[in-house]
Design a protein around this ligand. Structure first.
Ligand code: GLC
Length: 576
């Protein structure tokens, strides 16, 4: 069947243009079988919760068969479900049940690399140097007299060299293979036609099962300069630093060591775009689901300035994560600039903006916003995080909500070292603790062995104070963060301004952000230390904290609507 796309990116009314998409990190969402690890049974049991929360779609991080060297981003078989998580029949049932509840399903495709346990890599290992099996990856002899030095100087995002040397069955060292991430994640060679054909077939496999779209992992990394040239030292001769790979940074035109991304040998190369044009054709060969075509969202965080828009041309991907806002501090000018720059960057391609505050790769924003000189003030961070939620949910475009964000969870920064699982911890020699702190299993109830996450001890320990932040507790508290998200999502769905109203900044005092969405909605966020008067003639639809006597306290946001004629003016004369 052939789907018709009347205009760029799925048409102006495509469902994902203003969707709220909930990110499920499978291992940590809900554990159905009691082994301490989240799974498909757990997700299925909590789908009604997500429908009740009011999100439009779920993005499920990789659920494919995997030895779990990088939490499932090391895929051994893209057409099978990891036994730890469930079965293909359960996945099919989950997709159907989500659809019945009105939730769309986005899967996470990982095209840059496979697991080292993938059948292709096993075949490549066995087949030996120069074989066609090795041509699907990047194998090269080492440098130096005995080949003991890596083929070039590229660095793994997780630390250390981006090359690992194979050892033959006889114990003799042989060729090296490339892995921009962990050694268990060998990079595929995307100039190989079999690699391209295989991924198009994988897309079809899942589209045939009804999925509504894909998140594209490391979308900017697929193409490599076939000459594999050295990168050379970064500016000032510095070697590539070890950094947390995705601190919310869009890239700023530089790689990890600060080198220019123009003609970079492995990030954001022009050749990747042909891959996405082919994927677009695959997606468009399916009849649109009600409300629009199947969609792709790119994870592209090392791109040239303005480069994101290139991924979003009409015949490529539909949307891309905008990590920029998550990088910015809690300051009005910074956030306003972030919003404006993202809107301006996408204007040329008519792509929909996206807003991300947290993810499975980022430090949770309660903690980021709560950092003070004296440590983390979680209450302050949570107050700001609640205000930030009303900010992003009032912006035009789609919003990604990372699981637990709706509970106001903070990063768990004191996990015991023996509990840490992120490959970054080991690869950095214990220098970087990695991303486990944002991946701690969710608290669903105030009691039980794992706060309702499951019957067994959770794979990462939960802080005891999370009992008070559990879904069950917050459900019963009208002032909770969960109830705030529910109310916000309900309003966002019911009022057309959120979909159609143009964003118009309104003059506001220093440290205060204020904008209208059409005539019917104003969002005001007070990032200043002083309370700020709310404008008269408007009523508060929703606020992230208590608002009394027409005054918006510090670190609080409010959504306002025009008050019906005859209403008592709210607070002081209009200043916003
Ligand atoms: C992406 C994922 C991250 C993973 C990496 C390698 O950046 O978000 O979690 O470690 O890709 O697949």
């Amino acid at each position: 069947m052939t789907g018709q796309r009347s205009t760029a990116q799925g048409g102006p009314a495509a469902w994902w243009r203003d969707a709220v998409i909930y990110q499920i990190y499978v291992r940590s969402f809900a554990d159905g079988d009691g082994d301490g690890v989240g799974d498909l049974a757990g997700i299925r049991s909590r789908l009604p919760y997500l429908a009740g929360l009011g999100v439009d779609a779920v993005w499920i991080t990789p659920w494919f068969d995997s030895p779990m060297a990088d939490g499932g981003y090391d895929v051994a078989d893209f057409r099978a479900i990891a036994p730890l998580f469930g079965t293909l029949a359960e996945a099919e049932a989950l997709i159907g049940e989500a659809h019945d509840l009105g939730l769309r399903v986005i899967l996470d495709i990982v095209p840059n690399h496979t697991s080292d346990r993938h059948r292709w890599f096993a075949a490549a290992r066995d087949a030996g140097p120069g074989s066609p099996e090795r041509a699907r990856y990047w194998f090269r002899p080492g440098r130096g007299p005995g080949g003991e030095d890596p083929p070039n100087d590229w660095r793994s995002v997780f630390g250390g060299p981006a090359w690992t040397r194979l050892v033959g069955v006889d114990g003799a060292p042989e060729e090296w293979y490339l892995h921009l991430f962990a050694p268990e994640q060998p990079d595929l060679n995307w100039s190989h036609p079999q690699v391209r054909a295989e991924f198009e077939s994988i897309l079809r496999f899942w589209f045939d099962r009804g999925v509504d779209g894909f998140r594209v992992d490391v979308a900017h990394g697929l193409a490599k300069d076939p000459e594999l040239p050295d990168l050379g030292a970064g500016p000032g001769g510095a070697p590539a630093p070890l950094v947390k790979p995705i601190e919310g940074e869009q890239g700023g035109g530089r790689d990890l060591a600060g080198r220019d991304l123009a003609n970079h040998p492995h990030w954001d190369r022009e050749e990747v775009h042909e891959v996405y044009r082919a994927w677009r054709r695959v997606a468009d060969s399916y009849a649109p689901t009600p409300g629009g075509a199947r969609m792709f969202v790119a994870e592209a965080w090392r791109v040239r300035p303005g480069g994101l828009a290139r991924y979003l041309r009409a015949d490529e991907l539909d949307t891309a994560f905008n990590f920029d806002l998550a990088r910015r501090p809690w300051r009005a000018g910074e956030l306003r600039r972030g919003v404006q720059e993202h809107l301006a960057a996408l204007r040329g391609v008519r792509a929909t903006p996206t807003w991300v505050l947290s993810s499975h790769d980022l430090t949770r924003h309660v903690t980021r916003y709560g950092r003070t000189e004296g440590g983390v003030d979680v209450e302050l961070g949570r107050r700001r995080a609640r205000a930030a939620a009303l900010l992003v949910l009032a912006l035009p475009g789609s919003v990604y909500v990372y699981q637990g964000e709706e509970l106001g969870l903070a990063e768990v920064e004191d996990l015991p070292e023996e509990a840490l699982r992120d490959p970054m911890w080991r690869r950095s020699g214990g220098v970087l603790r990695g991303r486990d702190g944002c991946r701690v299993p969710l608290p669903w109830s105030a009691g039980g062995p794992a706060l309702g996450f499951g019957a067994g001890a959770p794979w990462l320990p939960q802080p005891p104070e999370w009992a008070g932040l559990s879904v069950a507790v917050q459900d019963g508290d009208p002032d909770s963060t969960l109830r705030l998200y529910r109310s916000a999502l309900r309003l966002r769905r019911s009022r057309p301004e959120f979909r159609r109203g143009e964003l118009c900044w309104v003059d506001s005092p220093e440290g205060v952000l204020a904008f209208d969405r059409g005539a019917g909605l104003r969002c005001v966020v007070n990032l200043s230390p002083a309370p700020c008067p709310l404008p008269a003639g408007r009523r508060v639809l929703l606020s992230s904290g208590p608002v009394a006597a027409g005054v918006l306290p510090s670190d609080t946001a409010a959504w306002l609507a025009p008050a019906p004629a005859g209403d008592a003016p709210g607070g002081e004369p209009a200043r916003l």
